[in-house]
Design a protein around this ligand. Structure first.
Ligand code: PDD
Length: 277
């Protein structure tokens, strides 16, 4: 068949992508972003566990075991002679089949992954970043690392257009997480963050932040805080595989603390630094 692409017409065989691919047409798939330091995965088991939770949640049947998936990901680094800091993007869709909301039968999942260099964001990690607040308009299953990222994309773009690094999302004032990271408030020596319910992504770095807090004897309290609490915060920070543990020094027009990364954030950053060595 002849296909219209952009404003031209092309034969189907000349297209560079499978146009009836469920990730493209329905966002029907899940993904992971895994950090690499010095050519070695950081938190690989945690990411693969979450990947399998995501595929199970949306009923994608993988013909691979977790062990096989890990071996493939390790081989990907070897074949690319990966020795620097970087990331792997891994995506799994329900497959390519004639467009129908109903799942296709006997169609294999489409899996791909690629490696990219990603230097650490040392300037922002040192100085901290600004954020804005935005309503969390996402669905009720944010624990699934779904390809449907339009609300996240729009929130992050709004942050960017306001000269900020991230958007802090809230449901009726209750802070859930950021557009592509988890978020924490420090008050009187205690760390507060939204509990790991269906309303947030259960971040792999968040799991480390919880462990670091216990190791450092810092109370880690899984209790959501409100946008209106932010003005009374001593410190604020966010976490993700690409952002690491990132100090937040501004929210909308409110300066956090003295406008510099706080003591507890620094302590957690130092612990992270040792963890990735
Ligand atoms: N995002 N919350 C959301 C909505 C995310 O998209 C992410 C990660 C996180 C942090 O998860 P982790 O600590 O496992 O990286 C929290 C990745 C980096 C991305 O979409 O690029």
């Amino acid at each position: 068949p002849i296909i219209m692409t952009q404003t031209k017409f092309t034969h189907q065989d000349d297209l560079k992508y499978p146009y009836e691919e469920r990730a493209l047409q329905f966002g029907d798939g899940v993904y992971e972003v895994i950090r690499i330091y010095n050519g070695t995965y950081y938190l690989l088991d945690e990411h693969v566990d979450r990947l399998f939770r995501s595929t199970e949640a949306i009923k994608i049947n993988l013909s691979l075991t977790k062990g096989e998936m890990k071996n493939l990901l390790l081989e990907l680094l070897e074949r690319n002679n990966m020795e620097t800091d970087g990331k792997v993007y891994l995506q799994i869709s329900r497959g390519s089949a004639p467009r129908d909301h109903v799942f296709p039968i006997d169609v294999p999942a489409n899996i791909y992954a690629y490696v990219q260099d990603l230097p650490r964001n040392l300037v922002n990690l040192e100085n901290g970043v600004g954020t804005i607040t935005q309503r969390d308009i996402r669905w009720e299953n944010c624990y699934i690392k779904s390809l449907n990222l339009l609300p996240n994309v729009l929130a992050k773009q709004e942050a960017k257009e306001n000269g900020c690094y991230e958007a802090i999302l809230h449901k009726d004032g209750l802070v859930t997480e950021c557009s592509s990271s988890n978020v924490y408030m420090v008050r009187e020596g205690k760390i507060y963050t939204h509990p790991a319910t269906n309303n947030i992504l259960h971040g792999c770095v968040r799991m480390r932040v919880e462990k670091f807090s216990h190791d450092l004897n810092l109370p880690f309290i899984e209790e959501g805080f409100f946008v209106e609490d932010i003005s009374m915060a001593d410190e604020l920070f966010l976490s993700s595989s690409t952002s690491e543990i990132m100090p937040i020094i501004k929210v909308d027009n409110i300066q956090i603390g003295d406008g510099k990364p706080g003591k507890i954030t620094r302590l957690l950053q130092e612990t992270y630094e040792k963890d990735i060595k």
